[in-house]
Design a protein around this ligand. Structure first.
Ligand code: ZN
Length: 62
């Protein structure tokens, strides 16, 4: 999934400028500024890419 800036079409995968970065309990909040000047906030969870299962896996059965 590729997101682009609605104003100038700059791909959000390419960070133009990082304004600030904060560590929160859920992840890393990064404020970025686009080439057109639009400020965006993105949240990157700590467990990104890690698959969390809703139920514990069972071995065997019964
Ligand atoms: Zn832009």
């Amino acid at each position: 999934m590729v997101d682009e800036c609605p104003r100038c079409g700059w791909p959000q995968s390419e960070i133009y400028q990082v304004l600030s970065r904060h560590l929160t309990s859920t992840g890393v909040v990064t404020y970025t500024r686009c080439a057109c000047g639009a400020v965006q906030m993105r949240l990157q969870p700590y467990d990104a890419g890690h698959v969390v299962t809703a139920s514990e896996p069972r071995c065997g059965g019964s």
